[in-house]
Design a protein around this ligand. Structure first.
Ligand code: SF4
Ligand code: SF4
Length: 515
């Protein structure tokens, strides 16, 4: 993989200093296209940000593993799993919400909300998503903790890596990879439970009765979790994830990010004889901030693409500062504006409300408002009408004309429903359904029954006279035929809800003149 950590940015040489330009060029030319990964051995650290990370990790893992087991009573004929993506039934259930395939735009809306929410959070708090809640971070943190428990902290792990093969090394490695695989399998196993009834699926999985596809996806997610969290780790954030590449567009000088207070840390220098040289800055170059960093970078080099904003270097440095009698937060969550102000002896006030956050918040509210309004007014029924192509019409012996239609009525409720079918646009008609023993007309609707949570298809005949067609003012001629706009109105017997679908009635050109 290429080396992303080229710390010399183009703007550093924009002043045109020929010597600097030559130096940068030679360094870039010296950087090979491929460099092997330098393994990172993050050290254990305690502190405020570590505790926050543990709390968020516990919350995320609990939500992920427990969510498929939450039940939600939707009444008869409906699954009782609170979160379920029912692919065979082509339905998604989110607690009280049931999303049908034709409502997939709600999921699109959710993705847009998540993206804009991430923009807003990034512009306010920097890469907190990356450092705390991204699944890659959460599972990598979990895998690292398992590694620490089995192989020891940073120095012990470095020693183990360098140690020649031995039974003890083999045993530790086997224990670590086995533990990783168990977690990875549990992760893959939990994932498939979002797509099936969890208790039933778990029983089938362990008894060997689950579908081949279920085992395939468990295997796939086990492999990806094990590889990404166990082996790839920070390389996912550095090389594979697109987010670090464009998140800089959401940041400005007033976003909270992890910063090093170079103005008070430099010039750095080690303690001499256990005491600090007062002529030096506060940084004693102990490298503790580097040792705890999960991506292996030195925050004192400035903002870097690899920094996920986890804040562990802050915890590390805050264990050092009290020991040398210096104030905490030499590394801190701060804004670049405040850093510049403090370097000049002033202080900048953090401004969460600024033009970019106002725009993100406004778009977020707008999209959320549209979605809430859409959900609040969504219909529990739907109707779809298709005019028969052949024949387009039938001229009956008595002179009336008949058209055939395929009508599909959607019943999103969990009970069988009866719907009244009426034809708008004709003041005199008869409507029948193939297989039904009743006929509807202008005063008596045709009653059609549909099963719960499903779509019922009906073959419908509408019969009318040329005189009734003539009275429709919106009819128009199409060659030798006359097209009259009509609408199929479907009303829910009980709930009073109704929907309609436009169509047309086709008749021979002279039909309306004959009666
Ligand atoms: S530099 Fe600090 S905040 Fe950035 S990834 Fe490393 S430890 Fe986390
Ligand atoms: S932990 Fe603090 S004192 Fe030590 S090297 Fe990092 S910034 Fe300097």
């Amino acid at each position: 993989m290429g080396a992303p950590g080229n710390k010399i940015a183009v703007h550093d040489v924009a002043a045109g200093d020929a010597e600097t330009v030559a130096s940068v060029r030679s360094q870039r030319e010296a950087t090979p296209l491929y460099v092997s990964r330098i393994k990172v051995h993050p050290a254990r650290i305690a502190g405020t940000f570590r505790r926050i990370k543990w709390a968020i990790l516990a919350l995320c893992l609990t939500v992920y593993y427990v969510a498929p087991w939450l039940r939600w009573d939707r009444g008869p004929n409906a699954p009782h799993q609170a979160l379920l993506i029912d692919l065979p039934g082509r339905r998604a259930y989110f607690f009280w919400l049931e999303i049908w395939p034709q409502e997939i735009y709600y999921l699109t809306g959710l993705l847009i909300l998540a993206a804009i929410g991430l923009f807003l959070v990034t512009s306010l708090l920097g890469r907190v998503w990356c450092g705390y809640a991204c699944p890659q971070t959460v599972w990598t943190d979990l895998f690292m903790q398992v590694e620490r428990l089995i192989e020891g902290d940073r120095n012990a792990r470095i020693r183990l890596d360098r140690a020649p093969p031995s039974l003890s090394k083999l045993a530790k490695r086997a224990a670590k990879h086995s533990a990783w695989l168990v977690i990875a399998a549990a992760t893959g196993g939990a994932w498939v439970l979002y797509f099936q009834d969890a208790p039933t699926a778990l029983g089938r999985i362990f008894s060997g009765q689950a579908a081949v596809g279920t085992y395939f996806f468990i295997g796939l997610f086990t492999a990806t979790t094990y590889t990404l969290a166990g082996w790839a780790r920070e390389q996912v954030c550095t090389y594979m994830c697109p987010w670090p590449r464009f998140q800089s567009a959401m940041l400005d000088d007033e976003s909270l990010i992890v910063t090093y207070e170079a103005w008070r840390g430099e010039p750095r220098g080690k303690l001499k004889g256990g005491t600090k040289d007062e002529k030096l800055g506060d940084c004693i170059d102990c490298m503790k901030c580097v040792a705890v960093c999960p991506t292996g970078i030195d925050i004192r080099d400035g903002q870097q693409l690899e920094c996920i904003g986890c804040g562990l270097c802050i915890d590390a440095c805050n264990t050092v500062m009290p020991m040398i009698g210096r104030p905490n937060n030499l590394i801190a969550f701060d804004t670049l504006a405040n850093q510049a102000a403090e370097a000049a002896g002033g202080k900048a006030v953090y401004r969460p409300i600024r033009s970019r956050t106002i725009i993100y918040a406004a778009v977020l509210l707008l999209v959320a408002g549209i979605m809430v309004a859409g959900l609040a007014t969504r219909s529990q029924i739907g109707v779809d009408v298709l005019h028969e192509r052949s024949p387009l019409f039938v001229l009956l012996s008595g002179g009336n004309i008949r058209n055939g239609y395929t009508v599909r009525i959607l019943n999103k409720s969990h009970v069988t429903k009866s719907f009244d079918l009426r034809i708008d646009g004709l003041d005199d008609y008869a409507v029948t359904a193939v297989g039904a023993d009743q006929t509807g007309d202008k005063t008596h609707p045709l009653v059609l029954e549909t099963p719960p949570d499903g779509v019922e298809t009906f073959r419908i005949y509408v019969t009318t006279s040329g005189a009734a067609l003539a009275r429709n003012k919106e009819k128009k001629m199409e060659g030798q035929m006359q097209e009259t706009p009509i609408a199929f109105g479907v009303a829910d017997h009980g709930a009073g809800e109704s929907v309609s679908h436009g169509s047309f009635f086709i008749a021979p050109a002279l039909a309306s003149e004959e009666h």
